[in-house]
Design a protein around this ligand. Structure first.
Ligand SMILES: Nc1ncnc2c1ncn2[C@@H]1O[C@H](COP(=O)(O)OP(=O)(O)OP(=O)(O)O)[C@@H](O)[C@H]1O
Ligand SMILES: [Mg+2]
Length: 329
């Protein structure tokens, strides 16, 4: 049955074991884990841009890599178009892979300097043995035109060092789209781009979404970017989602003190409308031993006793606007 959901994540956990020193190993039997993603459930609807925000180290990339099945799951499940993909492996996983593609932050690092643009873009088609040689060439040229890597004849033979930053990011996008994925996980795709090309790339991504019938998981720590491109947004803090909802709703009525604090750092055009909230003080606690109760309570300006002890559940406060906070109305 099609319920309009493309990806569903249920009670997902990813714990990385922490390397300890030799002496430490002798002294303690306990193994430590970084709880990068710690019991997260949410879904991504078909055709939407779902944003994933939060400070550095909160688990955004890990979440993206888990959904992409680039990382094994510690616990929980991932469903793609109704199919449980949590434990796909071997040839099953290989066959499934074209459904999801990832675009990374640094286009330069993700391109092989020895491959021409044509080879880079065509590589996954060849690996997946999709079409014959002539069809693959045709497909590469077609996708290059769609991402405005033109004139194709000139650019297709170039190597990455002869491309501008913007062109490299287009190659990375073309390489993701060439296999006709349903989901694109974009991890800070414009963070390294020149300010002048950022808007162009976002614009292009939105066009491509329409043309290729895509769904995006858009990872960014920048809320202004999220506001521009996302339909919905999930805010992460120390491995958990604290708030999730339609982007306009969350921006207008943030219900979690952490979201409020993040938003207070976003520049607003009207100086009279300046937001008045305090930015949380203090260090981000360690993901190895996150605070009990609400993970945010050590930095929260309004925390009360219960916040230190009881983990707040996600509740729906306004038609699909979810928040995990004891004090949310
Ligand atoms: N392979 C790994 N082994 C051990 N710990 C890891 C590994 N990958 C990530 N982590 C840890 O998991 C936590 C979440 O990391 P992650 O990269 O997902 O955060 P992020 O939100 O993407 O941060 P950033 O905004 O800096 O990219 C961090 O504490 C990180 O150190
Ligand atoms: Mg990251």
């Amino acid at each position: 049955m099609d319920n309009g959901v493309l990806v569903e994540v249920k009670d997902l956990k990813k714990y990385f074991s922490v390397e300890t020193g030799f002496v430490e190993k002798l002294l303690t039997k306990e193994r430590n884990f970084v709880k990068a993603v710690d019991d997260v459930s949410f879904s991504i609807k078909k055709g939407e841009v779902m944003g994933l925000c939060g400070e550095s180290g909160c688990g955004k990339t890990t979440m993206g890599r888990l959904i992409m099945r680039l990382e094994d799951v510690t616990d929980g499940n991932i469903y793609f178009d109704g199919q449980d993909i949590t434990n796909l492996s071997g040839s099953e996983l290989t066959r499934f892979r074209p459904n999801m593609q990832m675009v990374f932050q640094d286009p330069h690092a993700s391109l092989n300097p020895r491959m021409s643009v044509g080879e880079s873009i065509g590589h996954s088609l060849a690996v997946q043995k999709l079409g014959n040689k002539r069809e693959r060439k045709e497909r590469v040229r077609e996708v290059m035109k769609r991402v405005a890597l033109t004139p194709v004849d000139d650019i297709i033979v170039r190597h990455p060092h002869l491309l501008s930053g913007g062109q490299k990011q287009r190659v990375v996008l073309a390489r993701a789209l060439v296999v006709n994925p349903k989901l694109v996980v974009a991890d800070e795709p414009i963070a390294m781009a020149d300010v002048s090309v950022r808007a162009l790339i976002l614009e292009l991504m939105l066009e491509l979404k329409k043309d290729f019938d895509l769904t995006y998981l858009f990872i960014t720590h920048d809320l202004a970017t999220a506001k521009y491109i996302c339909d919905r947004i999930a805010v992460m803090y120390l491995g958990v989602i604290v708030e999730l909802g339609d982007i306009d709703e969350v921006f207008m009525n943030p219900a979690h003190p952490y979201t409020e604090a993040l938003l207070s750092a976003v520049p607003v055009p009207d100086p009279k409308a300046r937001r008045q909230h305090k930015i949380p003080r203090g260090e981000i606690p360690s993901a190895v031993s996150p605070p009990p109760g609400c993970r945010f309570h050590t930095r929260c300006p309004i925390a009360i006793e219960i916040c230190k002890k009881v983990k707040p559940e996600m509740i729906d406060i306004r038609k699909g606007h979810y928040v995990a906070c004891h004090l949310a109305k």
